[in-house]
Ligand binder design. Sequence first.
Ligand code: NAP
Length: 267
Amino acid sequence: MKNLTLTVIGKNVENSLSPSVHEFIAQKLGYSVNYKKISIAENDFDGKIEKLFSDFDGFNVTIPYKIPVMAHLEKLVGDAEVLGAVNTVKTAGRQGFNTDGDGFVLSLKAEGIDVKNTQTLVLGAGGAGRCVAKKLSGLGASVDIFDRHFDKALQVSNSFNGINAVTDINEKPYFFIVNATGCGMRSIDDSPAPISVLSQCEVAYDLIYSPPKSKFLRFAEESGKKIINGFPMLFYQAYFSECIYSDLPLDFGVARELYFEYLKVKK
Ligand code: NAP
C-alpha cells in the first residue's frame, strides 16, 4: 500500500486536528499517511523550511507562513497563484496549491447554502478573508468586506472584481456573514459583530472551529439563524490536499460521505 509522509507547519500547530483528519481521509482513499505537526518560530522559518523538502512528500501550511512559503517554491498552481497564498505544498517539483477556497465552497454546497444574488459580508481581510471573499464573488454573491484596518479591506476590493470595502457593517442586512478575523478563537466572549448585525442575517459562518460555537455563532443561533463553524471547511480543504498529494481525482460525493463518516467515528 502506498504510504506518504506529510506534516502541517505553522507558528503553533500543537492543537491542530490536521493529523487526525488527513490520516482518516488517506486511509479511506486506500493509502496511508504518516502525518506530523511541526511548530516553527518565526525567526526559525528560513532555517527550517528547506529540510521539509527532503523529509516529506508534502506539507500543509497555516498561520503565518502561507505567504512566506512561496519564496521556496518553483510553481504556483490554480488558486495559489490567484490568491497569492499557499496552504498545500507537494515537495516533488516544489509546487504550491491553495485548497482553502475550494474547501469553503464545498462546505457551502454540502450545507445547501446558495449565495447567488445575495448580499454577503466578510469580516477580516487577511489571507482567509481574501480567499473567502473571492470565492463568494465567484459564486455570484454581492460581497462587502470589513477589517479593522480599512486599507486591508481596500486592498482586497482593489484586487478582485465585485468586492466592496466597507467601514460600517450596520448599514444593510446581509443574507450571509462570515467571520474570517480569528476573533473569538482565544476568548469565547469576543465577537467581531454585535447581535444587532447577526440577528439580521440568515446564515452565519465562522472559520474558527475551536471553540465549536464562538460568540459570533452564539449570537446568530440565539437569533434563530443557521450557523456553520470552520470544521467542514477544514475537512474539505484537507480532502482536496490529499487528492493533490496522492494524484487522485476529486469527487464531491466521496468527500461528503467521508465528512459524515469522520463525524460519526471521531467526534
Ligand atoms: P489574518 O491574516 O490574521 O487575518 C485576520 C484579519 O482580521 C486581520 O487583518 C485582523 O487584523 C483582522 N481582525 C482581527 N480582529 C478583528 C475584529 N474584531 N474586527 C475586524 N477585523 C479584525 O488571519 P487569516 O489567516 O486570514 O485567518 C483568519 C481565521 O480563519 C483564523 O481564525 C484561522 O484559523 C481561520 N481559518 C480557518 C480555516 C478553516 O479551514 N476552517 C482556514 C483558514 C483560516 P489584525 O492584523 O490587526 O489582527
